[in-house]
Each structure stands twice: as C-alpha cells, then as structure tokens.
Write a protein that binds this ligand. Structure first.
Ligand code: UDP
Length: 343
C-alpha cells in the first residue's frame, strides 16, 4: 500500500489515479483544506492533518504501508510571501512529523513533491539539478528545507532510507478522461485563469510584465502535463524498489556526504520547452476558439524571467518519457476539464 499525503490535491489526485491504473493499492491522507473529496476516486481515504502525529501513526497502524508519496503542502508563492510561518510550519515542520512516524514504523521509501522554485533565479538555462539552490520565496525555501531534511534522514538511516525528490516545473493540464483536473481556490495559475476568460467568467487576463529579457518580453515557463508528472512518481518509486534485492549497502542516494545536488535521486521534471505568457495565451485562443482579452500590468514579485528544465537525468535514470509534451495537447486537456468543472 502506498500512502499519498495530499492525495486530494491537483497533483496528488493524478498520482493516485495513475498508481491505481498500474495496480498499486493506495491510501490518501488529506485535510481537504485545498484538496477535494471528489478527486479521491481510487483507494482508501482518511481525512486529517499531518500536524497530528497520532493521526499519521494511526494510518501506519491500520495499513501495511510500503512507501510514502508526499504532496501535502501549501503551494502558493504569493501567499508564502505574506504568511511565511504558515509555509515553514506546514511544509517543513509537519513533514518532519511524517518522517518520524515513518522511521518508527520502519517504512523507508519516500517520494517528495519538490519544485523548480528551489533554484530561485537560475544561473543557466536549461536548469540542471546541479544548479545553485537559492529560492527567493518562503514556498521554495520550505521545499528546499525538506530536501535538506531528507538528506539528514538518510544520514540517520543510510542503509534503509531511500528517497527521491522530484522538482517539477509548471504542472498543467488535466486527466485525459476528464475525471480530475486543476481546481484551486483562489486560482492563481496562468492556464486556468486564461480559460476562465475564454468561458466568460473573467474579463481579461493580466500579463505580469512584458519588459523581461525574452523575445516577446513576457516570462517563459516549462509547462509539463500532470499525467507525465504522475508517471514520474511511479518511475521514481520503481527506481527505489529496484535497489531492494541488492545488498544492504546499495542505495540510490549514493553518497550521503556529498551535497544535495550531486545525489542522483533528485530529478527535474519538465519538458525542456519554454513558452512565453503570450504564447500560452495564443495557444489557449487556438484551442478554445475564443479571443482572450488581455492587459499588461506590473511584474509579479519574485518571477524569474525564464525557467526551463533539463530533465536528462530523469530520462536516463528513471526512463521517464513525457507523453503530453505538446502545449496544445496540454491546453486541450485543461480546456475539457475546465468546461466540465466550471460550467
Ligand atoms: N502569469 C501572468 N498572469 C497571471 C498569472 C500568471 O502573467 O494572471 C504569468 C506568471 O508571471 C508566470 C507565468 O504566467 O510568468 C506562469 O505563472 P503561474 O502562476 O501559472 O506559475 P508559476 O510559474 O508561478 O509557478
């Protein structure tokens, strides 16, 4: 059984579905503060909060957990700037609870939902896992602190603990069968906001700055389909499993004395293609057949101009092969979901 914390949220729910499709049993733990009960259509569900150690422990007592995929976290960059303590407590401190209960219950496999935000303003494009880690907002810092905690955990338990941290770029798109998709409240992400305009639920999309050093002046991001991200988790889990039958010193977390970036269990998940805000708007116009009203406003604080992943490590080591790398396909799945969910 795999425990999915935050499995009622956008990415966690897609991972739950993919795991189910591949024959895994799952239990979802979620406090439903931002996730949705309707999104937990597969496996078991227990409602509760990872701040409560007894609650986490009760799940490990009830189920035979072989590994944990950890998504339960606050994810809004803007909110993290306003309420940093909330982010450090939930994203970092509460994750320590989870790791403690895992250790006590002898559960040793952990897949962590990390983020490209750990890089801050990157030095090189595309960004490799070896780039400097310098997050510029509390959200990214809280995620990096967990990566460091995982490294510490490995030092405590080098022969057994195995983990992988997946640094996603811009998660987007929706389930191909339209069962689940993006449903944040409030919504802050570019594609669903543009689709709101296409549906007449919003007047216009605000473009946060067109004076960046990019060909059309707007920020460039690497949009990666949520189903491909979900597949990345399964591949990472299988990768950890592949060390099970080797001798006890084998561990994918190769060298516990090296710094985070040289570990081969940390993977970027992105397509390696960048699209500007204006290009995303044009693609949404093409897919929806609607003209999108737009207005250029000031830059949003903390936005790097270009974020594009180098995911070679995930391709080579995990055999990860994104299927929905075409932006039109990504937007098409979002649009199908958007029409169904927000009609
Ligand atoms: N963006 C924008 N208008 C919006 C929301 C986002 O111009 O209403 C831009 C944002 O500045 C960034 C890109 O769209 O360059 C993607 O932003 P999003 O919030 O979707 O993801 P992030 O890159 O912050 O993870």
């Amino acid at each position: 059984m795999i425990l999915i914390t935050g499995g009622a949220g956008y990415i966690g729910a897609h991972v739950n579905k993919e795991l189910h499709n591949e024959g895994y049993d799952t239990v979802v733990l979620d406090n439903l503060s931002s996730g949705h009960k309707y999104a937990v259509n597969w496996g078991e569900f227990r409602e509760g909060d990872i701040s409560n150690i007894n609650f986490i422990d009760s799940i490990f007592n009830e189920f035979d957990i072989e590994g944990v995929m950890h998504f339960a976290a606050f994810t809004s960059v803007g909110e993290s700037v306003k309420y940093p303590a909330k982010y450090f407590k939930n994203n970092y401190k509460n994750t320590l609870n989870l790791l403690k209960v895992m250790r006590e219950n002898n559960v040793n496999k952990f897949i962590f939902s990390s983020t490209a935000s750990v890089y801050g303003i990157p030095k090189n494009i595309p960004i490799t896992e070896n780039d400097i880690l310098n997050p510029i907002n509390p959200y990214g810092k809280s995620k990096l602190m967990v990566e460091l905690a995982l490294e510490r955990e490995l030092k405590l338990n080098p022969n057994n603990f195995k983990y992988s941290a997946l640094r996603y770029f811009n998660a987007s798109g929706a389930d191909i069968d339209c069962d689940i998709g993006e449903d944040h409240n409030p919504e802050t992400h570019l594609i669903p906001l543009i689709l709101d305009v296409a549906m007449g639920k919003r007047d216009k999309i605000k473009i946060f700055g067109d004076d960046y050093n990019t060909p059309d002046g707007t920020c460039i991001r690497d949009y990666i389909h949520v189903k491909d991200i979900a597949q990345g988790h399964i591949k990472a889990f299988e990768y950890l499993n592949s060390f099970d039958n080797l001798d006890s010193n084998s561990n994918p977390n190769t060298n516990s004395n090296s710094n985070l970036n040289s570990l081969t269990n940390i993977f970027n998940l992105g397509n390696g293609n960048g699209f500007s805000v204006k290009e995303v708007i044009e693609t949404c116009e093409k897919i929806t057949g609607e003209e999108i009203k737009k207005e250029v406003v000031d830059r949003r604080e903390g936005d790097p101009s270009i974020l594009i992943a180098d995911s070679k490590r995930a391709f080579d080591i995990l055999n990860w092969d994104p299927e929905y790398s075409d932006l039109e396909k990504i937007v098409e799945t979002s649009w199908n979901w958007h029409k169904k969910c927000f009609k």
